[in-house]
Design a protein around this ligand. Structure first.
Ligand code: SAH
Length: 395
């Protein structure tokens, strides 16, 4: 095992049980081996924690246990079982696609598992957990009663199967794995999709849109595979238009509509840059009853925050200009570096510039299958704000 000796006075966050150990706090590394498990000791030799070691990463260890405890395979099983019980308690009916293990939020730092029907996608993103990959794979198959687990380490990918099971490889036509969400049919695009193939974190927002969509014309910006549009149509929307830069995403969006029995025409799928598309729609004087704006993370790190803020303000101002009185806006940010307070400031500033008046009526981040550890509040990244344009308005 590697031994990470902290600099004097740099032990506070570990003692508070924060699971991320930054390389700047480490005075020396003892022992050899690359990606593995490491123990953490204070400058005067006190054992403080142990966790998954990533020698090249800024987060040099993701801590699994604190004090004298050591990391053991039995813990992996216990933590997976605890996560499974939570999912059983909080998932809605007719839902077979969910985040089963949410890294720090399930006390499994560096491990995520998304389940789509009987298939799991296991992502291992820290050295030590990669080294123990086959143990996690076995626990995923067992705890969530899966037939197949696809393991993703930094880039490489392979398929592991339950004893006796033989699944198709994760490329080719079988890379689309069917699952259900609140009774609706979707496919996770495991081979070439974003995330692990679907944006499971937006389930609660899709569900709210479904409940509000009756009779509305919905514009779905940054649509990816069109999950929001399917939910809106299921809720009685009169029309839904997906806008995305990716042809493959729009193709899958068409398949999702067909799988749920909704007709669509080619003008329901617009391949475009959303910034340009919005300007064109505003210039044409378009009017919509609901707009969903769920872009990719504009800020991946602190240094990007200013530029990201301008981007969020632009798209929100333009989107608001398209919304008819009584119309809805769901606007989201999944940038961890833009916190909820800043995102709200940006959206409110956009509202003032838009010239229309909106009220905020709900907030919704990632669904309950994305729990956040109170020791690691950084795990909360998705902000969603629901707003309605008022009928009259002050301007
Ligand atoms: N709202 C989606 C997830 C969005 S992911 C859902 O609920 O499933 C971000 C999407 O934005 C990706 O599909 C990506 O292709 C698209 N995208 C990124 N930048 C874009 C741009 N400037 N214009 C249009 N689409 C963009």
């Amino acid at each position: 095992m590697i031994r990470l000796v902290l600099k004097a006075g740099r032990d506070a966050s570990v003692r508070r049980r924060h699971p991320w150990l930054f390389s700047g706090a480490v005075a020396r590394r003892e022992g050899d081996g690359g990606d593995a498990w490491a123990e953490v000791v204070s400058a005067d030799g006190e054992r403080l924690a142990a966790g998954a070691y990533s020698p090249e990463s800024q987060i040099v260890a993701r801590l699994w246990v604190f004090g004298e405890a050591s990391v053991s395979p039995g813990q992996f099983g216990e933590r997976f079982d605890s996560a499974r019980k939570m999912r059983a308690a909080i998932l809605p009916p007719e839902t077979t696609g969910f985040r089963a293990i949410n890294s720090e939020g399930d006390r499994c730092p560096g491990v995520t598992l998304d389940v789509y029907g009987a298939t799991g996608v296991l992502e291992l993103s820290a050295g030590g957990v990669e080294a123990s990959g086959s143990l996690f794979e076995r626990e995923a198959l067992r705890a969530f009663e899966l037939e197949k687990v696809i393991v993703r380490r930094t880039g490489a990918e392979r398929v592991g199967s339950a004893p006796g099971a033989s699944g198709p490889p994760p490329d080719g036509p079988h890379s689309r794995v069917p699952f259900r969400e609140n009774g609706l049919r979707f496919f996770a695009d495991l081979a070439s999709g974003q995330k692990t193939g679907f944006f499971l974190d937006q389930r609660e927002n899709r569900s709210r849109l479904r409940s509000l969509a009756a009779g509305r014309r919905v514009l779905n910006l940054f649509s990816y595979s069109g999950g929001f549009s399917v939910a809106a149509l299921a809720g009685g929307a009169s029309r839904a238009v997906d806008v995305d830069a990716s042809e493959a995403a729009l193709d899958l969006a068409g398949e999702h509509r067909r799988a749920n029995g909704f007709d669509s025409g080619s003008d329901d799928f617009v391949r475009a840059d959303v910034f340009e598309d919005l300007r064109r729609r505003v210039a044409a004087g378009e009017s919509w009853d609901a707009v969903v704006c769920d872009p990719p993370a504009f800020a991946k790190k602190r240094a990007d925050v200013d530029r990201a803020a301008r981007g969020y303000k632009d798209i929100n101002r333009l989107a608001m200009r398209l919304i008819a009185p009584g119309g809805l806006l769901l606007t989201c940010s999944c940038s961890g570096a833009v916190d909820a307070t800043l995102f709200q400031q940006i959206v409110f500033a956009a509202e003032i510039e838009s010239g229309s008046e909106f009220s905020l009526f709900a907030r919704q981040g990632a669904g309950p299958d994305h729990p956040v550890s109170i020791d690691c509040p950084e795990g909360e990244y998705l902000k969603g704000m629901w707003m309605m344009r008022t009928e009259g308005g002050r301007r």
